[in-house]
Design a protein around this ligand. Structure first.
Ligand SMILES: [Zn+2]
Length: 217
């Protein structure tokens, strides 16, 4: 069933290519090239697609998707390693966002000890996150809370693993880029950012709060 994709594409084309559309920036981007400031690592979940939830215009961010927004430790020649190198060394990406989300199927599979080697061998990297979630939230009997905490811990684990990528390490150490851990809280529709000082994920306030500098991020 591809009809809804075609309908969506027609709408996109109307907005982005029609010379009467104020939002049409694609012709300029094609002409001048792209220069995204963000590199987003997100889950494959169809409800947490960054292109949808950030209502991003073309040219806003590079995107990489993996189950649970999991970043495994660096290995040369992976899709993510090449993409990060391209984004950081040959483009001007300033922020690498790791975007986890609540109600994540990957976290549930992890907590449920899924017996599918193809999936479990990939998400095993989040195993430590689950262990930490269990010990820190004391909420083993509350499945929803435990999974939410596991999502947060996985985003932090992935953010830590990002530093094992040479391109990321260089960019962060030279002050050219920073890693931003985010969680999309899907039930309420909130965006949370990890605060390194308070060591907790905190809700990002809306644009009406101009004093919040994170809005400029
Ligand atoms: Zn997910």
């Amino acid at each position: 069933m591809t009809d809804e994709l075609i309908t969506g594409f027609e709408e996109f084309k109307r907005y982005q290519y029609d010379e009467n559309s104020e939002q049409a920036i694609m012709p300029r981007l094609v002409e001048e090239g792209q220069s995204p400031r963000y590199f987003l690592i997100s889950c494959i979940d169809s409800r947490a697609n960054p292109g949808t939830i950030f209502r991003a215009r073309p040219g806003t961010f590079f995107a990489h998707k993996a189950m649970g927004a999991i970043v495994r430790p660096y290995k040369q020649g992976t899709a993510l390693a090449a993409a990060l190198q391209f984004a950081l060394d040959y483009n001007k990406v300033e922020k690498i966002v790791v975007l986890g989300h609540t109600n994540c199927g990957a976290m549930k599979a992890l907590a449920d000890n899924i017996e599918d080697p193809e999936i479990s061998s990939f998400i095993e990297v989040a195993q430590q996150a689950l262990v930490r979630a269990k010990s820190s939230c004391g909420c083993e009997s509350d499945q929803e809370k435990l999974l939410d905490k596991t999502v947060e811990e996985t985003v932090l684990e992935s953010s830590k693993n990002l530093m094992s990528y040479p391109s990321v390490k260089r960019a962060v150490e030279e002050g050219r880029a920073q890693i931003v851990p985010w969680v999309f809280e899907m039930r309420k529709g909130d965006l949370l950012e990890y605060n390194y000082e308070s060591q907790a994920f905190e809700k990002i306030t809306t644009h009406s709060n101009n004093s919040d500098s994170r809005q400029q991020a």
